[in-house]
Design a binder for this molecule. Sequence first.
Ligand code: BGC
Length: 377
Amino acid sequence: MHSTQRFWRRLAAVAVLACGLAAVSAAEPDTPAFAAAQHFKRGANFGDFLEVPPGQGWRVQHTAKDLALMKAEGFDHVRIPIGWHHYAGPAPDYRLSPVIFAKVDDLVTNALALHLSVLVNIHHFNEFTSRPAENTEKFYAIWRQIAAHYASAPAGLAFELINEPKDAATTELLNPVYAEVIRQIRQTNPRRTIFLGPGRWNSIGELPKLRLPADDQNLIVTVHCYEPFFFTHQGANWAGPEVQSLHGIVFPGPPDKPFVLPPDAKVSQGVRHWIDRYNTLPTEQNPSSPRAFRDLIQQAKVWGEQNHRPMHLGEFGAYTKADQASRARFYGAFRAALDEAGIGWAIWDWKSGFKYWDEAKGEPLPGMRQALFPRHE
Ligand code: BGC
């Protein structure tokens, strides 16, 4: 072959190779975590059930029937918040009561039988998040027991280390604790998918501080987002006095008639400023619009790409004090932004205060199915 011809052939081969490499590097890494993330794309939280301290009245029973209904709606996974710490005995063993395992086993077994993936976590472990130094051994002991109990469970079951770490349980403090609890879980569950998230209630803004064990390729990073908070938490009595003065905030803003605070409302300048902007700005700039979460979702996506980890958004939602048409628009817009970013999600929640499912009527609340599963309509 003529040497010029050889040169062009080689150049063409190099170009083909370079394009191929570019395609590979843009694609998702081929890790167990990315394979698992395919089974955690559309989920719902069984909120206000197994995380509720025993004897408290806000428990909402969830059964195998709910799992079947979820599956029929099109969800592919269920996130089960669990208050294991309420069922732990004294130090040094912190032995978990068979009572809680029986309740969790029932849901896990039924979910897996329906081919729903399952995420179990530790939820509202406030003694740990307030005083981590005193409670880290308990945290490890709880996970050693959960891990041993589910060591032979199918791959559809995943563990989430802790829900919304806050207060003293900062991202920096948790980095080495996460590494150690993962090491302990791996002794019985070498191939289990593990979800974990940053501090400040799993804030997206904390991601840059999160450090993961580099050699573990079966970790999914989970974050939460309840923006726009003054819409999603209006009237919520557990979210502080300010949001309790807010009723009738719509999504998206601006409202037809300006929102007026009750004369006795005790709210900060920040809230007043938010209401001014909500009343006056066009939807694209309004604080009660997709603008409140779009950039955050983008940040989570970019962090995942840069760190080669799949991302999951384990809680978003709006309290039922908001009007239902706004709620449906909100869930639809949030879901669309996550799907566009390629981030799996779980709504808060299935049938409690932020519900999707209307148990009395035996159907989703108006607009919710269209919001989450638009292609099914
Ligand atoms: C809490 C729920 C609460 C929800 C929205 C969840 O993390 O567990 O109790 O309703 O956030 O505030």
